[in-house]
Design a protein around this ligand. Structure first.
Ligand SMILES: [Zn+2]
Length: 214
């Protein structure tokens, strides 16, 4: 299983998000330049897409690193149920971040967007909130960026997790294959959100800036 575990952790050092154009970029030479630049969030290193030298940040957010490391640790001790639950948390956490970025790009203050994402719980509630913000169906958005099976995988993990939790013995058929499938799902989750963030990055301010020209 070593390969899948290692691959999952490499996902955390692969993508950078440009604060200027909002794209999430997978470019080994950019990664190298940013790592060499060290501190300062890559200020001065041009974005290969828009050329801007403003700051960039790792994608997904560093806050996800402990979660992914925990997924790998739980694989090593073969706690399948924990791998499934953590993979699900990673998916939902990144969906929260996507939702928060949509709000951010509508100039929604951060404390309000945090309050909203805390209140809008569950994947269906989040999906319908995204629909009300953008007019778009998250399932279609996900399919359109090329991940047509990912939600099905999410459902499979959720179903297996529930059946494990709801059986008295608590060992409902979770196998090594389920661990591998959950690892791959977590891996693809990073690619999926990198694509979603890049595709849906337009600014749609709720309130236009005041015109101070007169
Ligand atoms: Zn850029």
């Amino acid at each position: 299983m070593k390969t899948e575990q290692d691959m999952l952790l490499t996902q955390l050092d692969r993508y950078w998000e440009c604060f200027e154009c909002g794209r999430v970029i997978d470019d080994p030479s950019l990664t190298k330049a940013l790592e060499t630049a060290g501190m300062g969030w890559g200020l001065g290193v041009p974005c290969p897409k828009c050329g801007s030298t403003v700051s960039k940040s790792k994608f997904p957010d560093e806050r996800f690193r402990p979660l992914f490391e925990m997924i790998v640790e739980c694989c090593q001790i073969e706690r399948a149920i924990l791998v499934l639950i953590l993979a699900q948390i990673a998916f939902e956490g990144m969906l929260d971040n996507f939702l928060r970025r949509l709000l951010d790009r509508m100039n929604c203050p951060e404390d309000i967007s945090l309050a909203i994402t805390d209140e809008v719980r569950g994947i269906n509630a989040k999906a319908s909130f995204i629909k009300s913000l953008t007019g778009k169906d998250i399932k279609k958005m996900i399919r359109d960026v090329g991940f047509k099976d990912t939600l099905k995988q999410f459902e499979t993990i959720r179903r297996k997790r529930n059946s494990f939790l709801h059986t008295a013995k608590g060992k409902e058929d979770l196998t090594r294959d389920d661990i591998i499938a959950a690892l791959k799902f977590a891996y693809v989750t990073v690619d999926l959100y990198a694509a979603l963030f890049s595709e849906h990055r337009e600014w749609r301010p709720l309130v236009e800036p005041e015109d101070n020209s007169y």
